[in-house]
Design a protein around this ligand. Structure first.
Ligand SMILES: NC(=O)c1ccc[n+]([C@@H]2O[C@H](COP(=O)([O-])OP(=O)(O)OC[C@H]3O[C@@H](n4cnc5c(N)ncnc54)[C@H](O)[C@@H]3O)[C@@H](O)[C@H]2O)c1
Length: 415
């Protein structure tokens, strides 16, 4: 068995950089390759890896060439949602034909834009006999995992299992045009960020060491979506200016607000609930992640903006816009939270450490593409619920061929 894992990152954008930073905390892996469409961004990620001493990667323009590199043992798939399937197909074809040998593949959230797509990604990867991990960082965030461990050990052991998880991810809007386009991304904020909240909720309600699917059986979902901010004419105009005519929120908006209530039956036979709230219409200091877990005699809470470090900058200082204090930063003055290690705090470091160890040891990761598919089913149920204004039964509804109206470009908020 090799003692170190060579990791090839497919995609060289925002999240590829986050993963590269996260590999600083992984001692038995090297970033050996990066591939992407844009040579400058591929070079930037390779240079970052060298600067951080997490590897000396070779840059590739073609994912097929990258996976044939003998120094690549595993792949982190970070291409946008609309090229997820073609990226995975290309990798799997190389492996199945014997041109590439990989130990595993880790895929960014959300697994697919529909249940059909997510199921195909999973089937392709399992068909090629590859180990797989689902890159849902929030269930590896140290604040979340430690509080989860403690409330289960002290609270649930004494008073019974928790019954309510509240999870939210909110910021002022994504950083690239494709996220805003329903067809490319698969929807709006529900698909983009509720995937985190649904999975964080499943994680919190499940005892440590137990597979989520063994403990929680989905029962129903009830959801609402709306475009609260970005279809207002002045804000729609800003999106057009920033991203061009293909992002037209007067004609084809996606939701910038979503809430979902997901009901499960737990291993004790009790009804338990995940409440998820996500928005691209939240303007605070920056990205805000909140988690709560409530049980009969206990509770836990995490808020990513309750940072130990803060800076204050007076009105005499006019700062240039940046993201140096917190992801999706909205201000450069006043009292601002500072996250000293965002890759660590959001869970990317522990996530990468876990995936690397699982692939090296040949043990299945605790977060697999089966979890990604389970999340996609809940998300599609949520879109159906929001569209039809009814609670959707997750035990019987056929969501396999469902495509949300937002993804089809024919959704209107408030109608
Ligand atoms: N876990 C998280 O919190 C988190 C955060 C951000 C993004 N993501 C996920 O990561 C994925 C990428 O998001 P991002 O923010 O990095 O996007 P991005 O647009 O910043 O980067 C995507 C990269 O993929 C490359 N690319 C595009 N088409 C390609 C193709 N056909 N072949 C190869 N490369 C191609 C682009 O050039 C770019 O370098 C998405 O699925 C997104 O949902 C996850």
């Amino acid at each position: 068995m090799r003692e170190r894992l060579g990791v090839g990152i497919v995609g060289s954008g925002f999240i590829a950089e986050f993963h590269t930073r996260a590999f600083r905390g992984v001692r038995d892996a090297d970033v050996t390759a990066v591939s992407g469409r844009t040579p400058e961004t591929v070079r930037r990620v390779c240079d970052l890896a060298r600067e951080l001493r997490v590897g000396d990667p070779t840059g590739y323009g073609d994912v097929r060439e990258m996976v044939r590199d003998p120094l690549v043992d595993a792949v982190w798939v970070t291409t946008p949602n609309h090229v997820r399937l073609e990226t995975v197909r290309a990798i799997v074809e190389e492996v199945s034909s014997g041109r590439a040998a990989l130990r595993g593949i880790a895929v960014e959230k959300p697994l697919g834009r529909t249940v059909a797509e997510a199921a195909e990604v999973l089937a392709l990867i399992e068909g090629a006999g590859l180990a797989h991990g689902y890159l849902e960082n929030q269930v590896f965030a140290p604040g979340v995992t430690r509080a989860h461990e403690l409330v289960w050990a002290r609270g649930a052991a004494a008073a019974g299992a928790p019954y309510l998880a509240r999870c939210a991810e909110e910021h002022s809007g994504p950083h690239r045009a494709w996220f805003w386009q329903g067809d490319k991304q698969g929807g709006g904020v529900l698909n983009d960020m509720m995937c985190h909240s649904v999975e964080a909720g499943r994680f919190l309600l499940t005892p440590p060491g137990t597979a989520k699917a063994d403990w929680l059986t989905p029962v129903s979902v009830d959801a609402t979506i709306a475009c609260l901010k970005w279809s207002r004419p002045a804000y729609a105009a800003r999106l057009r200016e920033r991203y061009g005519p293909e992002v037209d929120y007067l004609r084809a908006p996606s939701e910038d607000y979503a809430r979902a209530t997901v009901t499960y039956r737990n291993g004790d036979g009790d009804e338990v609930v995940v409440e998820g709230t996500t928005s691209w219409s939240y303007v605070g200091a920056g990205l805000r992640l909140t988690f709560e877990l409530l049980g009969p005699e206990y509770a836990m809470a995490v808020n990513s903006l309750d940072t130990e470090a803060k800076v204050f900058l007076s009105r005499e200082i006019s700062g240039t816009p940046g993201e140096d204090l917190v992801e999706k930063q909205n201000a450069e003055g006043g009292l601002m939270p500072v996250l000293s290690d965002e890759a660590g705090a959001y869970g990317y470091t522990e996530e990468n450490r876990h995936m690397v160890r699982s692939f090296l040891d040949g043990t299945p990761p605790v977060e697999s593409l089966h979890d990604g598919l389970a999340v996609t089913r809940v998300l599609m149920g949520a879109y159906l619920s929001a569209q039809e204004g009814r609670r959707v039964d997750l035990t019987s509804s056929d969501l396999d061929t469902f495509v949300p109206d937002v993804a089809g470009g024919n959704w209107r908020s408030g109608v």
